[in-house]
Design a protein around this ligand. Sequence first.
Ligand code: APR
Length: 173
Amino acid sequence: MPLAVVASDITTLAADAIVNAANETLLGGGGVDGAIHRAAGPALLAACRALAQVAPGVRCPTGEARITPGFDLPARWVIHTVGPVWHGGDRAEAALLADCHRNALRLAREHGLRRIAFPAISCGVFGYPAPLAAAVAIGTLREELARDPALDIVLCCYSEPMRAVFQRALTPA
Ligand code: APR
């Protein structure tokens, strides 16, 4: 199936690339970002640090994406993207979250990568309500899959309740 929802630790997935829900510095953080840096090893931080800053301290503006190797991860690549902070929905959060998914897959295509795992971008520290984020993520991924059916995408939720939210967005009862 080209679009599936699983409950797992994304750092264990042997995908072509896993997507990181990072912040604009790309220098690590908590949540899935911290887990990915721990599992990839210190070379990931060095690779992120080497990426160009587009403004002081900003290596990846919100909605954009950057790619690095996966180093010690089972995944070959990490695609770093920065989701929007939820402010109530009137600060282009949905458009920015869609951009994250679209731009991550653009990088994947440019690198010839097909099997890509996404976390629930913005659904943790950044506070995006999970059902709303799931609808945006799945709607955007479906559009991308329609353009490029060779993609094989996994939405990797960390908990069973989050998996259920994403599964409901994928296959409404
Ligand atoms: N595998 C899969 N999903 C995970 C993992 C993991 N190992 N660890 C956490 N998650 C889940 C969280 O449970 C949440 O559902 O990823 C989702 C996204 O949560 P966050 O990691 O908090 O990401 P986000 O809300 O986008 O906030 C980004 O958090 O850590 C910082 O540097 C990061 O500042 C940035 C902010």
